[in-house]
Design a protein around this ligand. Sequence first.
Ligand code: SF4
Ligand code: SF4
Length: 432
Amino acid sequence: MQTNFTEVQLRDPEIAVSNQILRSCVHCGMCTATCPTFLLLGDELDSPRGRIYLIKDMLEQARPATEEVVRHVDRCLSCLSCMTTCPSGVNYMHLVDHARVHIEKTYRRPWHERLLRNTLAAVLPRPGLLRLALAGAKLARPFSRLIPGQSRLANRARAMLQLAPASLPGPSPIGGARVHAAQGTRRGRVALLAGCAQQVLSPSINESTIRLLTRLGIEVVVAKGAGCCGALVHHMGRHDPALDAARANLTAWGRELDNGGLDAVVINTSGCGTVVKDYGFLFRDLPERDRAAQVSALAMDITEYLSRIGYAPTRAAPELTVAYHSACSLQHGQQIRNEPKALLSRAGFRVVEPGEGHICCGSAGTYNLMQPEIAAQLRERKLGNILATKPDLLAAGNIGCLTQLSGAGLPTVHTVELLDWMAGGPKPEALG
Ligand code: SF4
Ligand code: SF4
C-alpha cells in the first residue's frame, strides 16, 4: 500500500513504524474472511482492511480522530485473527494500538463513556477495588433486567451487572508476593505473573499453577511489586499508564533476574501474555529497552512452559469430553495452538475442538462491557459451536473467555486446573 507521510512526519518513531506496517498491506482483503466484526456487521469499515484505510487516512492527515474512525476502531476486538490470516505479515496489532493512542489524545468521548473507561481503568487492575465493586454488582445483579431502554448506556449497565459473578471466591490463602519452594530437587525457577482481575475472579487458577509447577520441581516466585501487565489500559489507548504498569513488572522481575535468575516468566492469562511478550516493542526507545526485551524473551504461557519441561499425569482421568476453546490472545496473539490440546490429551481427557475456533467469543478484555451488543452475539455463536460438540466441560487459558462463556450450564475451567487435577491436585470446584 502506498503511503503519503511527509519527511517531518516520518521523523516521529510511532509514525515510522505505522508507515512500515501500512506499506506491507497489499489490500488483498483475505483478512476480512476471518474478522468477527465483518462477519457480523458486513461493513468493510468493520473489517481489518477497512480499519487500516481509516487509520492510514487519520495518521497521514495528522487530524484528530473523527466519530466515524472511533466507532469502527472501537468495534475492533483486537482479537488478531486478521494477523493469523494475513499472507503479507501485516502487524495489525501495532497499527491499531497506535490508532488507539491517537484517538485517546485527540478525541473527546461523551461523558458516560469517559466515566465508564475511567472507572474500568481505575478498578480492574486493583484487586482490592475490584473485589469491592463486584460485591456491589452482585447485590445489584437481580435488578439488571429492570434497567429500562436500549440505549448504549443502558446496555452497558446491564452487561456489567450480568457479567458480575453470582458468587465470589475468597482471597487465596497463598496469594501475595512470596517464593513457593520446589518439591524435591529444584529443576528450575520462574516468576509467575499473578495478574489482577484473575486473582479476584478465580484465585484457584494461580493456586493450580503454583501447585503443579512446584510439584514438578520448579520454584515459583510471585515477585514483590509485580501487578497488572498493563493490557487493560493499553487497549484503551492509555499509553503512559500502560507503560507504568509494565515498568513496575520490569523492576520486580528484574530484581529476581539479578538475584537468583529466572528460567521463564510464566503467564496463565493469555491476554496478559500477549502484552508481556510485546514489552520489548513497547519499550524499544526507552531506557528500559534491554530489560524489556529480556523479559519478553522469557515470557511463556503456562502450557508453553509445561510442554518444555514435560508433564505427565499421576492419576487416571475420568471419562470426560473437554471442549477446548482457544483464546484469541493465545492462538492469534501468541500463535500457541497445539500445546494446550496436547497437554489435555496427555492428561487423559477426550479433547474436542468446536467449529469456528478462530472466531472470538466476544470477551476481549473490556470489550464485552464496552460493546455489549456485538459481544453478546459472539458469545451466542461461540456457545452454539461449543455445545454442538456435546462436551462435559469447557477449558480455556484465559480468564476473560472463561467469564464470558460461563453461565450457559457448562462448567468452565482453566486448562491448568485440569492438568493440576490429573497430576495430584484437587478436582476443580466448577466440576462439583
Ligand atoms: S483484530 Fe479481530 S476484530 Fe479487529 S480487525 Fe482484526 S480480526 Fe477484525
Ligand atoms: S490480509 Fe493482510 S495484506 Fe491483505 S488486506 Fe488484510 S491486512 Fe492487508
